[in-house]
Design a protein around this ligand. Structure first.
Ligand SMILES: CC(C)(COP(=O)(O)OP(=O)(O)OC[C@H]1O[C@@H](n2cnc3c(N)ncnc32)[C@H](O)[C@@H]1OP(=O)(O)O)[C@@H](O)C(=O)NCCC(=O)NCCS
Length: 177
């Protein structure tokens, strides 16, 4: 398997990337994953792909949101049959190096909990959010734990962004400290 920058122009990989997004995020991209691939491959962004036997089996992207210094990791997906083999970790590390070269100081992301997958769901996060963050538990394999292993810290939550009791969990990693 190799990890490399994902640039526009190779249609076969773009179609495979769209399929990964459709499968992993049916609510967000079920209708038009091709448009999201188009967005991911915009010139001002950075994207990387994991390729095995000529097929895209993983994809990660980053968006500059605060000039060159603050980038948002979005999206990250590994094909189902390749999960748990270190592909996500390699993609993330590759992306971190690539954005650091562009001047990134902080890489951050929002990871939704729409399915009751953590103890931050189904609770009023306007009440005592920092204690609840400190005591977070993973109930159903939520990916925040993957990001923690990659060195990201939970830096906040936005309560109810996906509906009552369905927060977005914000995580960030310093690329310079
Ligand atoms: C989250 C995702 C990208 C992880 O990719 P992956 O290739 O399976 O992850 P890796 O194999 O590199 O895992 C690295 C470490 O994180 C752990 N990990 C991975 N996913 C995890 C999860 N959901 N919960 C807890 N730990 C997890 C692994 O066990 C491994 O730990 P180890 O180093 O102690 O062995 C992948 O599961 C995925 O595509 N999920 C669907 C899309 C998604 O949720 N994307 C993120 C949205 S914010």
């Amino acid at each position: 398997m190799r990890i490399e920058l994902f640039r526009r122009g190779y249609k076969v990989h773009e179609v495979q990337a769209a399929e990964l997004l459709r499968e992993a995020f049916p609510v967000a991209y079920g209708e038009d994953p091709e448009e999201e691939v188009h967005n991911i491959l915009q010139e001002n962004r950075i994207a990387a792909k994991a390729v095995f036997n000529g097929e895209v089996v993983g994809l990660v992207g980053a968006i500059p949101q605060y000039g060159d210094t603050g980038w948002e990791l979005h999206p990250l997906v590994v094909r189902k049959d390749y999960r748990g083999k270190g592909v996500g970790a390699k993609l993330t590390a590759f992306l971190e190096e690539a954005v650091a070269e562009k001047g990134a100081v902080t890489l951050y992301l929002g990871t939704d909990d729409e399915t009751g997958a953590t103890s931050l769901s189904n609770t009023d996060l306007f009440q005592d959010p920092f204690r609840k963050i400190a005591e977070i538990r993973n109930l159903k394999g939520h990916p925040y734990e993957f990001y923690k292993k990659m060195g990201y810290s939970i830096v906040g939550v936005i309560p109810d962004t996906n509906g009552i009791g369905k927060p977005d969990i914000w995580m960030a990693k310093s690329l310079v400290r």
